[in-house]
Design a protein around this ligand. Structure first.
Ligand SMILES: NC(=O)c1ccc[n+]([C@@H]2O[C@H](COP(=O)([O-])OP(=O)(O)OC[C@H]3O[C@@H](n4cnc5c(N)ncnc54)[C@H](OP(=O)(O)O)[C@@H]3O)[C@@H](O)[C@H]2O)c1
Length: 239
């Protein structure tokens, strides 16, 4: 079987971890990055127990270009060339426009948008010499879709998630000649730590596994080869 490798940002918990499990179940190897070493190592240990030799983890911040380069280099050395990149890591700062300082604003944009761009850029650069079908899935949010309900305090988050939809369309155009499909998912409320902290009053309408299955669908050429530049808006029935 072909060596399939999925690189997942924010893979230590929440939706990212569910993606890691889903890709492992499908026979992929997975490479995970996040900043909290203890959490990441624990996840790696648990996944390796079930999938020996199939998991690599790298502690770092995706908003740093040298870190992203290093993550790709070590992943290739350890598992082989990536076939899928899941730009899942994201943060929020909950502050009104009046109270927000430039650092707050830039922190969110650097992780949610610049981090996704840096990872995509590495995959594109790698594809210059390493050909073959590849896929990128960006994690936006219903907060990043025109006309959905917006919540106060989340201006930088909302702006970053709108931008990911645009980045997806732009990368999809440039990705065609490299055989890279680029799609996006915009989930509503998903039961994770982020939801509890950001909007505790919201009831989760989807599980991390529900979203991971959609990520896998968008990554798999046998299931979605016709899709690139799309954003899948996940409206579910309120439970
Ligand atoms: N949960 C929802 O309701 C919901 C809805 C729509 C969209 N989303 C989006 O889905 C994605 C995952 O959300 P989640 O709910 O699973 O969040 P989560 O439980 O907070 O997990 C986020 C993961 O991203 C990692 N991360 C954050 N900043 C990072 C950075 N700079 N570099 C590397 N890793 C970083 C975190 O680890 P460290 O902090 O240790 O780095 C963590 O592993 C996010 O993009 C979020 O905006 C979530």
């Amino acid at each position: 079987m072909k060596n399939l490798v999925a690189m997942i940002t924010g893979g230590a918990k929440g939706i990212g971890r569910a993606c890691a499990e889903t890709f492992l179940e499908s026979g992929h190897s997975v490479s995970l990055i996040s900043r909290t070493a203890s959490e990441l190592k624990q996840t790696e240990k648990e996944l390796l127990a079930k999938y020996p030799g199939k998991v690599f983890s790298f502690c770092g911040d995706i908003s740093s270009a040298p870190t992203v380069k290093d993550w790709f280099k070590k992943t290739i050395e350890t598992l082989g060339y990536p076939t899928t990149l899941v730009n899942n890591a994201g943060i929020f700062v909950n502050k009104s426009v009046v109270d927000q300082n430039l650092e707050d604003w830039e922190k969110v944009i650097r992780v949610n948008l610049t981090g996704a761009f840096l990872c995509a850029q590495e995959l594109f650069r790698m594809a210059l010499s390493h050909t073959g079908p590849k896929s990128i899935i960006n994690m936006s949010s219903l907060a990043g879709i025109r006309g959905t309900e917006k919540f106060p305090g989340l201006s930088s988050y909302v702006a970053s998630k709108f931008a990911l939809v645009g980045l997806t369309e732009s990368l999809a155009v440039e990705g065609r000649k490299f055989g890279i499909r680029v799609n996006c998912i915009a989930p509503g409320a998903v039961g994770t730590e982020m939801l509890k902290k950001a909007l505790p009053e919201l009831k989760a309408e989807a599980t991390p596994k529900d979203i991971a299955k959609l990520v896998y669908f968008l990554s798999a050429p046998e299931q979605s080869s016709v899709l690139t530049g799309s954003t899948l808006e996940v409206f579910s029935n309120a439970t």
